[in-house]
Design a protein around this ligand. Structure first.
Ligand SMILES: Nc1ncnc2c1ncn2[C@@H]1O[C@H](COP(=O)(O)OP(=O)(O)OP(=O)(O)O)[C@@H](O)[C@H]1O
Ligand SMILES: [Mg+2]
Length: 414
C-alpha cells in the first residue's frame, strides 16, 4: 500500500473523528472508510461494558442490521483473547487455528479466511474492539494494513474516552443539580420550621407582657416559650451537626464511654412519652433488664435513638403502636424501632439516609421535618463502627435496626 494513500486515509479518518457528529455516527463513518480502503467486507466496532461477557455492535460495514446487536463473547474467542491480553489478535489462516476450534465450521461456512482484532482502550480502560473478518478473496491483511488498523483503533479510543468522560460529567452534573435542589428545599423547609416556634415564642412573650395574667397562666406561657425555644435549639443544633460532619469535627468530638444500651433506650423512651401520648401511640418495650454493654458517646447514642423514635411517632397513625426491641449477639448489640405507620415506598428507600431527603416534597408535605435526622443517625452509627438497616413497606410500617459493636463489659461473654 503506498505511503501516500495510507496518509490520506488517516487524514480522512482523523478528520471524521474531529467532526462534531455523534459518537455513533463517527464510528460508523470510520468503519466504512477503513473497510472500503482496505477492501474487506466485514469490519465492525464492538463496545464492551466493563466486566461484561457480552458486547454490542456499535458500528459495522457488514450489514447495517447488525448494528445494536448484542453478541455473546463466548462465540468470539478472538475478541475474548484481545480483551484478555489487551493486545492485537491476528489470525492469518483460520483453518487449523487452535483458538478457533469451536467456531471453525461457522467461519468456514461464511468463507472467512483470516481475522484481525485490535482492542480499543484508553490507558487501562478497555472500551471495545475493532474487529475484522476477512473473506477468501481478500486474503489476510498486509503488515501495512494491520498497522493502519492498529492506528485507527487508537484514534477510535479517543472517541470512546470522550464519550465516557462526557457521560460521567453529565451524571455528576445531574447529581449536583439534584443535591442543589435538595439544599434549596431544605433552606425553605428549615426557615419554615424555625418560623413556627419563633411565632409561638413571640406571641406568648407579647401576651404575658401585655396582659396582666394570673401567676399560673403566666407560668404556662413561660413553659411554652421554653418548650418552643428548646425545639428551635434542637433544629439549630442539627444544622451545626451537619457542618461538624462536613468538617470532620463530629468524629473528633466523640466522647466514648462504657454504657448500657438498655438504660439509654429506657431514658429516651421516657422523653418521648408525652409526644406519643398526644397521638395516643403506645410504645412497647420488648427488651428485658439484661445489660447490653456498649462503648459509645452517650449524647450521640441518645440522639440516634431519639431521631428514630421521633420518626416512628411522627409517621405512625393516631392510636398506633411503636415497638422497641434490643438484644445482643456475636459481640454485637442491636436495637430496632418498629412502627406500623405509613411506611416508605421502595423507590425512596435508597435515599432516606441522604442529607435533606424527605419522601414527601413541596406543598404536598404532611409532616414537619427537614430531612436531616436519618442522615445524622447514619453518620453517628458509622462513626461508632456500626450499621443501620431499614425494612419498610408502604401502608404497613417500618423497622429501623441499629447494630453496634458490644462494649468491653461484653468481653468473654456472649
Ligand atoms: N418511620 C418512618 N416511617 C415512614 N417514613 C419515614 C420513617 N422514617 C423516615 N421516614 C422518611 O424518611 C425521610 C427522612 O427522615 P429524616 O428523619 O431524615 O427526616 P425528617 O424526619 O423528615 O426531618 P428531621 O428528622 O430532620 O426533623 C422522612 O422525611 C420520611 O419521608
Ligand atoms: Mg426525622
Amino acid at each position: 500500500m503506498p505511503k501516500k494513500a495510507m496518509l490520506h486515509i488517516l487524514e480522512e479518518i482523523s478528520h471524521v473523528i474531529c467532526t462534531p457528529l455523534s459518537c455513533e455516527e463517527i464510528l460508523q463513518l470510520t468503519v466504512e472508510k477503513l473497510a472500503t480502503f482496505i477492501n474487506v467486507s466485514r469490519c465492525s466496532i464492538v463496545s464492551i461494558p466493563e466486566g461484561c461477557a457480552q458486547a454490542e455492535v456499535v458500528a459495522t460495514f457488514e450489514d447495517r442490521n447488525l448494528k445494536g446487536l448484542t453478541i455473546d463473547l463466548a462465540k468470539y474467542p478472538e475478541i475474548k483473547k484481545a480483551i484478555e491480553t489487551r493486545g492485537v489478535v491476528m489470525v492469518e489462516d483460520v483453518s487449523g487455528e487452535p483458538l478457533l476450534k469451536e467456531v471453525q465450521e461457522e467461519l468456514h461456512s461464511l468463507g472467512i479466511r483470516s481475522l484481525f482484532v485490535a482492542p480499543i482502550m484508553d490507558k487501562d480502560r478497555l472500551f471495545g474492539t475493532l474487529f475484522l473478518r476477512i473473506c477468501k478473496k481478500e486474503g489476510h491483511l498486509t503488515p501495512q494494513e494491520a498497522s493502519l488498523c492498529r492506528i485507527v483503533s487508537n484514534l477510535i479510543s479517543k472517541v470512546f474516552s470522550d464519550k465516557h468522560y462526557m457521560e460521567e460529567l453529565m451524571e455528576t452534573n445531574q447529581e449536583l443539580n439534584r443535591l442543589s435542589q435538595l439544599k434549596t428545599e431544605y433552606l425553605s423547609n428549615v426557615s419554615h420550621e424555625l418560623r413556627t416556634p419563633l411565632s409561638s415564642i413571640k406571641g406568648f412573650a407579647e401576651t404575658s407582657l401585655r396582659l396582666k395574667l394570673p401567676p399560673e397562666k403566666q407560668r404556662e406561657c413561660v413553659e411554652i416559650i421554653l418548650k418552643e425555644s428548646e425545639r428551635m435549639e434542637r433544629m439549630v443544633n442539627q444544622v451545626l451537626d451537619i457542618s461538624r460532619i462536613s468538617r470532620g469535627k463530629l468524629a473528633e468530638e466523640l466522647v466514648k464511654k462504657e454504657l448500657d444500651l438498655t438504660s439509654e433506650l429506657e431514658a429516651v423512651v421516657k422523653l418521648f412519652r408525652k409526644s406519643a401520648n398526644k397521638k395516643s401511640i403506645t410504645m412497647h418495650k420488648r427488651f428485658g433488664k439484661e445489660s447490653l454493654p456498649l462503648r459509645a458517646d452517650q449524647d450521640r447514642i441518645r440522639q440516634v435513638i431519639g431521631n428514630l423514635l421521633s420518626n416512628a411517632i411522627k409517621f405512625s397513625h393516631q392510636g398506633g403502636i411503636v415497638y422497641i426491641t434490643a438484644g445482643k449477639k456475636n459481640r454485637q448489640v442491636s436495637f430496632s424501632i418498629v412502627d406500623e405507620g405509613i411506611g416508605i415506598p421502595p423507590s425512596d428507600l435508597p435515599y432516606i439516609f441522604e442529607k435533606f431527603y424527605t419522601v414527601e416534597r413541596g406543598r404536598a408535605r404532611r409532616f414537619p421535618g427537614t430531612g436531616v435526622g436519618l442522615f445524622l443517625v447514619k453518620e453517628i452509627v458509622e462513626l461508632h463502627r456500626g450499621k443501620i438497616e431499614v425494612q419498610s413497606s408502604p401502608g404497613k410500617g417500618s423497622t429501623f435496626t441499629v447494630t453496634l459493636p458490644a462494649g468491653r463489659a461484653a468481653e468473654g461473654g456472649q
